[in-house]
Design a protein around this ligand. Structure first.
Ligand SMILES: [Zn+2]
Length: 114
């Protein structure tokens, strides 16, 4: 069990931050990142700083006024929902495949019995 629950360290998370901001981070890493951010204020700060630099510059150019912190919180919330949805979807697919597998076995038994 323990092997599956990957422990993420701050050093690993640092590599996720920029891809996350650029919407390039895969689902599994996003999940690890969000879980880590909830428990690690330092990495959250780091993400905030990078977000300010990354999005802030774009927003300055566009001349629009944004509450960047609120924007980031919204972004993180959406990512979390997205990750949860994908997880549920995966579980549903696995359950469906199991059900189909059982159905197949039952069918085979019936064929066997005649
Ligand atoms: Zn950390």
């Amino acid at each position: 069990m323990g092997k599956n629950m990957e422990e993420v360290r701050c050093k690993d998370v640092e590599d996720f931050l920029q891809p996350y901001l650029e919407y390039r981070l895969d689902n599994k890493s996003t999940k690890l990142l969000i879980e880590h951010l909830k428990e690690c204020p330092e990495c959250m700060d780091e993400l905030e700083i990078r977000y300010l630099l990354y999005e802030g510059l774009k927003m300055l150019e566009s001349g629009r006024d944004f509450n960047l912190k609120a924007e980031l919180e919204k972004r993180l919330y959406q990512s979390e929902q997205h990750v949860l949805m994908i997880d549920r979807l995966k579980t549903s697919v696995v359950l469906l495949l199991c059900a189909l597998g059982i159905l197949g076995i039952v069918q085979m038994i019936f064929v066997f019995i005649g």
